[in-house]
Design a protein around this ligand. Structure first.
Ligand SMILES: Cc1ncc(COP(=O)(O)O)c(C=O)c1O
Length: 444
């Protein structure tokens, strides 16, 4: 087994309470299947597929072998003005999985880069069609599109924006959040029905304010994942699609969490039967093993940018990353998609999601301090009563306590989230649910 780090003096951890971490280090040194081993030798059940990434479980031999083989064959090739065979193959496979005419794939290495790429694509697309005035972007309160300057600007989680004012894109607005904490506190495997229309605000206030003809794109996560698995009302995404169509606005789904099977379908776009104009992905595409992200665009977006009088040697879209379509990442993606298909893992996610939903509602409804439970697909959020004097503190303490009891859960604000790998067993679901319920009771 690996040794504990000799020093913790130099690493600055991302999205982490670093000072507290050093008092109570949590260091993983090994992973296999559904479990980590910590530096202290403890076995920890990964209840969140390592932040929605490791969808087929850890240490999967076919993915590891594909990576090793690729390293020996073509370790890397520059991405600019030269292609590599694996990137073409991965793009073909992703396009085949994506719904409708979402057929053109631009690669990057993360969900944040994917969001910023989609923002730039929207601007370039409108300009190519003589509508360069379309520069307003609309996100949603409590949305998360990563930490790039564009994705942060469209995102709506207050803590992620608070100190970065000057870096924010200027022409951005946000739709209201999609959750009704009173009438839809408890959602069990189905979409909430709203008596009022949450998109009236978009139609009657936000779009007229900017004039729809100036709006480039609307970005949403089909299900708000990072904020704590908040589920859209029935018909919401369909109506958003209609509004975008009516005004020539691009609709972008951020599927960094929901892509590659979390809803039991390839993408949430399939689950909700709504095809966006662009779809961003990352995480599960390689089972989290190697960084890879990207944007899938409809044919028309690609065609608009290719339809140019510029000379043949001109670059049509001045954007890309050194690691766009990295052959090793793309080999991992192809192997992951093979594995998802061979083991029928989308269906398994759907089936495990039903079990998780039942278990979470049965164990946690009525526990002290629990004010909501939302389950859909293979994910569940348990919401605790907010304490204005210490926001998020109790959920963080419960996350630490669950880890001490051998289960990794995620705290997101006042929510505790479970989102295991699709290969999770019924007894592992029981273990994570029982551990979380016991911890919530201890913190009552
Ligand atoms: C919906 C969504 N978009 C974007 C991102 C950012 O992805 P990354 O951390 O790979 O940049 C995340 C990460 O959790 C996410 O959940």
């Amino acid at each position: 087994m690996s040794q504990a780090p000799a020093s913790m003096d130099h690493l600055w951890l991302p999205f982490t309470a670093n000072r507290h971490f050093l008092q109570q280090p949590r260091v993983m040194v090994q992973a296999d299947g559904m479990h980590f081993t910590t530096q202290a030798g403890q076995q920890v059940l990964d209840g969140i597929s390592s932040l929605w990434c490791v969808v087929a479980g850890h240490n999967r031999a076919p993915i590891n072998q594909a990576i090793t083989q690729q390293l020996k064959t073509l370790d890397y090739a520059t991405a600019f003005q030269v292609g590599n065979d694996r990137a073409f193959e991965a793009a073909d496979r992703i396009a085949a999985l994506a719904p409708g005419d979402l057929n053109k794939v631009l690669f990057c290495s993360s969900g944040s880069e994917a969001a910023d790429t989609a923002i730039k694509l929207a601007l370039a697309y409108h300009r190519a069609r003589g509508q360069g005035h379309r520069q307003v972007f609309i996100g949603r309160e409590r949305g998360y599109h990563g930490v790039g300057l564009g994705g942060m600007s469209l995102g709506g989680i207050p803590g992620n924006r608070k100190v970065f004012g000057a870096a924010m894109m200027s022409r951005v607005d946000h739709m209201r959040f999609i959750h009704d904490p009173v009438n839809h506190a408890y959602i069990h495997g189905e979409l909430p029905q709203w008596s009022e229309d949450p998109l009236l605000e978009l139609e009657q206030r936000i779009l007229p304010l900017h004039d729809p003809s100036n709006v480039a794109a609307i970005f949403v996560e089909p299900i708000a994942g990072s904020a704590g698995w908040y589920i859209p009302p029935k018909g919401y995404l369909q109506r958003l699609r209609q509004i975008c169509d009516k005004h020539g606005i691009l609709l972008v789904f951020d599927e960094v969490i929901t892509g590659f099977g979390r809803m039991g379908t390839p993408f949430a776009a399939n689950y909700f039967d709504v095809t966006p104009d662009m779809l961003t992905f990352a995480k599960g595409v390689t089972n989290g093993v190697i960084p890879l992200g990207g944007v899938i665009c409809r044919d028309g977006i690609h065609a608009a940018l290719m339809n140019t009088d510029a000379p043949q040697h001109a670059i049509e879209f001045a954007h890309g990353y050194t690691y766009s379509g990295h052959p090793v990442a793309c080999a991992a993606a192809v192997a992951s998609m093979d594995l998802l298909a061979e083991e029928n893992l989308f269906q398994r996610a759907a089936d495990s999601g039903v079990l998780l939903g039942k278990a979470v509602h049965a164990a946690m409804r009525g526990l002290p301090g629990v004010v909501g439970i939302r389950t859909l697909g293979l994910a569940a959020a348990v919401e605790l009563a907010a304490d204005p004097t210490a926001p998020g503190q109790k959920a963080y303490n419960i996350f630490l306590d669950c880890l001490a009891h051998g289960v990794l859960v995620r705290s997101a604000g006042d929510n505790l989230v479970l989102a295991p790998a699709y290969v999770v067993s019924e007894s592992q679901i029981a273990q994570m649910v029982d551990t979380l319920a016991a911890s919530i009771k201890r913190h009552a």
